[in-house]
Design a protein around this ligand. Structure first.
Ligand SMILES: [Zn+2]
Length: 693
C-alpha cells in the first residue's frame, strides 16, 4: 500500500475508528472495529498533524522559552503515538499478512517523518539556546532533566551536523528502518514455517502437560489431533529437557539455532552485514569511532570498556562452572552406559537429570503447582503488599485476541490508576519472546492520563480442561514482564517523554528483574503455588528443593547470556568489514573467549532480534546483566530489613525507582533508594558463582 492510494475521505476520519474519539471504557482502542486498511490513512493524518505542530514551534517568532519549545514538543504527536501504539501491538502480538505488508511501508514512512524533525536546525537551535541559558530559566528538577534529555536526543540524532551529513544520515535511517523490519519478518517467517510433528512413538520422557500443550500448538496451527514442537521457548526448552529421543532432540535443536540462517527467503545474514555497515557509518558521521561508543555514551555504563569489564568479570567464573558441569554431564552419560560425547542438544536433558539427582528436583514436579492463574494472582498480590494497588478484572474492554485479559488497577484510595492487559499464550501470529509495552503512557501535562500497560508472553496453553501450567522459568518471565508493567503503571511524572520505562536501557531491566525475586520466595509460593487438581499447597520439602535447584545450571545460563552480550559488543566495536561473513565472525569470536562447544549463544546472530530488529538493544544486550548487578543488590535492602514487604523499603522503592520514570538520573535514583552504589558481588552470589570467581 503506498501513500498515493490514501483516499481523502478516509483521511478525514469519518469512518476510521483510529481517527474518531474512542467511546470505549477508559477510552481504550476499539480493537473490534480496527481493520488493517484503517492504519495507513490514520498514519498519514497523524504525520500531517505532527508535522504541523512542529512547524508551529519552528515558525514561532517569539524568543524560545520552555513552554513554547520544550512543552510544545511534549504536547506534539499525540495522534501519532496513539496510532503507532495500536499498530505495533498488532505487528508483534497478532499480525497477519496484511499487517506485515503495511509494516514495511510504515517503518519507511516513520523514518521519513522523523528525520526532518530530529535534524531540524531551527528547532535544535531553540533547544540549544534554552540549554545554554538553563540556569536562568528557574526550572523544576523534572523540567531541567527534560531539557537535558531533549537536547541530548536531538544532538545524538544529528541535528548539529552539516547539510550533506544530514542528508546521508536520513538515507541511513530509512534504510536501517527497512532492514530492521526485514530482519524481524524473516525471523517470524522461519518460526512460523518450522514445526516437528510428534507421533505416538515420539513421546518418551515428555510430561502429560507438555503433550497437552503440543496438541494445543498443533490445533492452533490447523493440525487438530496432532502434537507438535515449535521454536517457541516454552515448547523447545521443555522438549530438549525431557525427550529421551536423542535423534529428535538433535533435529529440534538444530532447527532452533538455525532460525534466520537457512539459506532460504528468510535468511538474515546479508541483512545483518548491511545493518552493521550502516550503523558504523552513522556513528562516524556523528563523530564516534564505533557504533558501540556512540550508543553507550548515553547509558549508565558510558563506555564499551565498562561493559567489557563487567562481562569479563562474570564470564570467567561462569565458564569455569560450565566446564565443570559439562564433565559431570559426560560422567552421567557414561554411568547410564551411553558411549557418545555430550552434544549441545543433550545439555538440557542431562542437566535436568543431574539436577534431579543432586537437588532431587525436576521442573515437571513443580509445574502442576504453578498454574498461570495462580501465578497471576501472586504477581498481583505482591504488588498490593508492596505498593497498595489492587486489580479488578474487566470483561468490557475491547481486545485484539479473545485470549487477552484486562484488569483495572486501582490505587490505595480505590481510584483508577491504570489498565493492565495480559496476553499470555503462544500463537503463530505472535512473535517469539515476552515483552511489556503500552497503548498509552502515564503523564500529567494536561490533566492526569492513566496508562494502558501490556504484558505479552508465549506460554503453552492448557487443553482438555487442564489449565495452563508454567515452568519455573515461565513463572519467572511472568514476574519479569510484570515488573516492567509496574514501571509503566506506577509512573508518576508530568512529561510524556519521561514516562515509565523511558529510561536508559541498562536501567530498564532493574524494575523487571528485581520483581523476579519475589516469585521465588517461600512467603509467596506457599500462598499461591497450589496443585491444579488437588488444590494442595506446595509441599515444604518440594519448595526447599525448588529454591536450592534455582542455582543449578547457572554456569550454562550465564555462559549463553554473557557470550551473546559479548558478541553484540564485538559486532559494534570491530570494523563492520570484520563481520562480512557473519558465521565466520561468530565462530572466531566464540573461539576467542573459549566458548564451550556444547553451548550455543542464547541468541545466535541471525535470530538476535534484540540487536537487529531495531537498534534498541544494539550494543546494549549487556543491559540485563548491568541491571542484574543492581537488582541483586537492591533486593538485599528488603532482606536486610528482615521482611520482603517491609513498608519503608517498599515506599522508597516506589518513589525512587518504580514511579520516577526518566525524570531523575538513574544513578542518583539508585543511590536514593539504596543509600549507596550497587555492589557487583551480589550478582555472582545470586547465581551461585561467587566461589568460582
Ligand atoms: Zn525485560
Amino acid at each position: 500500500m503506498s501513500d498515493t492510494q490514501v483516499s481523502p475521505v478516509a483521511s478525514k476520519g469519518l469512518d476510521n475508528p483510529l481517527l474518531k474519539p474512542w467511546q470505549t471504557p477508559f477510552e481504550t482502542p476499539p480493537f473490534d472495529e480496527i481493520k488493517p486498511e484503517h492504519f495507513m490513512p490514520a498514519f498519514e493524518q497523524a504525520f500531517a498533524d505532527h508535522a504541523g505542530e512542529i512547524a508551529a514551534i519552528v515558525n514561532d517568532v517569539s524568543a524560545p522559552d520552555f513552554a513554547n519549545t520544550i512543552t510544545a514538543l511534549e504536547r506534539s504527536g499525540k495522534l501519532l503515538s496513539k496510532v503507532a501504539a495500536v499498530f505495533y501491538d498488532l505487528v508483534s502480538a497478532h499480525s497477519n499478512p496484511a499487517i506485515l505488508e503495511i509494516d514495511k511501508d510504515v517503518s519507511l514512512r516513520m523514518a521519513r517523518h522523523w528525520n526532518p524533525i530530529m535534524m531540524n536546525a531551527v528547532l535544535f537551535g531553540r533547544i540549544a539556546a534554552l540549554r545554554d541559558n538553563a540556569a536562568s530559566l528557574h526550572l523544576k528538577p523534572e523540567q531541567a532533566r527534560l531539557l537535558e534529555r531533549t537536547y541530548t536526543r536531538f544532538h545524538r540524532a544529528g541535528a548539529g551536523l552539516d547539510e550533506t551529513a544530514k542528508a546521508r544520515m536520513a538515507e541511513i535511517n530509512e534504510r536501517l528502518a527497512h532492514l530492521g523490519t526485514t530482519f524481524s519478518h524473516h525471523l517470524l517467517g522461519d518460526e512460523q514455517e518450522w514445526s516437528m510433528e510428534l507421533g505416538d512413538d515420539d513421546l518418551d520422557g515428555l510430561s502429560d502437560s507438555f503433550v497437552a500443550s503440543a496438541r494445543a500448538a498443533a490445533e492452533e496451527r490447523g493440525k487438530p489431533g496432532k502434537a507438535i514442537v515449535t521454536t517457541s521457548r516454552s515448547s523447545m526448552e521443555p522438549f530438549l529437557q525431557s525427550s529421551t529421543r536423542r535423534d529428535l532432540r538433535e533435529k529440534a535443536y538444530k532447527a532452533f539455532i538455525q532460525r534466520g540462517n537457512n539459506g532460504n527467503a528468510n535468511d538474515n545474514n546479508t541483512t545483518i552485514v548491511e545493518i552493521l555497515k550502516l550503523r558504523e557509518e552513522s556513528a562516524k558521521l556523528l563523530g564516534y569511532p564505533t557504533f558501540a561508543a556512540y550508543r553507550l555514551e548515553d547509558s549508565m555504563a558510558k563506555t564499551p570498556e565498562a561493559v567489557r569489564n563487567l562481562l569479563e568479570r562474570v564470564w570467567k567464573p561462569a565458564r569455569a562452572r560450565a566446564l565443570a558441569d559439562r564433565d559431570a554431564l559426560q560422567e552421567l552419560i557414561a554411568e547410564e552406559g551411553g558411549n557418545f560425547k555430550l552434544a549441545a542438544w543433550d545439555w538440557r536433558h542431562y542437566a535436568e537429570k543431574l539436577r534431579q539427582r543432586r537437588a532431587n528436583f525436576d521442573d515437571a514436579a513443580i509445574k502442576p503447582y504453578l498454574t498461570l492463574d495462580n501465578m497471576i494472582a501472586a504477581q498481583f498480590d505482591v504488588a498490593t503488599k508492596l505498593f497498595g494497588i489492587t486489580f479488578h478484572e474487566r470483561k468490557d474492554v475491547p481486545v485484539w485476541h479473545p485470549d487477552v485479559r484486562v484488569w483495572e488497577v486501582k490505587d490505595a484510595k480505590g481510584e483508577h490508576k491504570a489498565l493492565f492487559y495480559g496476553d499470555y499464550f503462544a500463537r503463530s501470529s505472535k512473535r517469539s519472546g515476552a515483552w511489556m509495552t503500552s497503548l498509552r503512557d502515564q503523564q500529567k501535562l494536561d490533566g492526569d492520563t492513566a496508562p494502558l500497560v501490556l504484558n505479552i508472553c508465549n506460554f503453552a496453553k492448557g487443553t482438555n480442561g487442564q489449565p495452563s501450567l508454567l515452568s519455573p522459568d515461565d513463572a519467572r518471565t511472568l514476574f519479569h514482564e510484570f515488573g516492567h508493567g509496574l514501571h509503566g503503571m506506577l509512573s508518576n511524572v508530568t512529561y510524556p517523554s519521561l514516562s515509565g520505562t523511558s529510561v536508559f536501557t541498562d536501567f530498564v531491566e532493574l524494575p523487571s528483574q528485581l520483581y523476579e525475586h519475589w516469585q521465588e520466595r517461600p512467603e509467596v509460593l506457599q500462598q499461591f503455588a497450589k496443585h491444579y487438581q488437588t488444590g494442595e499447597a506446595l509441599p515444604d520439602d518440594l519448595l526447599k528443593r525448588f529454591i536450592a535447584a534455582r542455582k543449578f545450571n547457572q554456569g550454562f545460563a550465564t555462559v549463553e547470556f554473557v557470550s551473546s552480550a559479548l558478541i553484540d559488543l564485538e559486532f559494534h566495536t570491530q570494523p563492520a568489514s570484520a563481520s562480512a561473513d557473519v558465521a565466520a565472525f561468530e565462530k572466531k569470536e566464540l573461539e576467542k573467549i573459549g566458548m564451550p562447544e556444547e553451548i550455543a549463544l542464547r541468541h545466535r546472530p541471525t535470530q538476535f532480534g534484540h540487536i537487529f530488529s531495531g537498534d534498541h538493544y544494539a550494543s546494549g544486550y549487556y543491559s540485563y546483566m548491568w541491571s542484574e548487578v543492581m537488582d541483586a543488590d537492591a533486593f538485599g535492602a528488603f532482606e536486610e530489613a528482615g521482611d520482603i514487604f517491609d513498608a519503608a523499603t517498599a515506599k522508597r522503592l516506589h518513589d525512587d525507582i518504580y514511579s520516577s520514570g526518566g525524570s531523575v538520573d538513574p544513578e542518583a535514583a539508585y543511590v536514593a533508594f539504596r543509600g549507596r552504589a550497587p555492589e557487583a558481588d551480589a550478582l555472582l552470589r545470586r547465581r551461585g558463582l561467587l566461589d568460582a570467581a
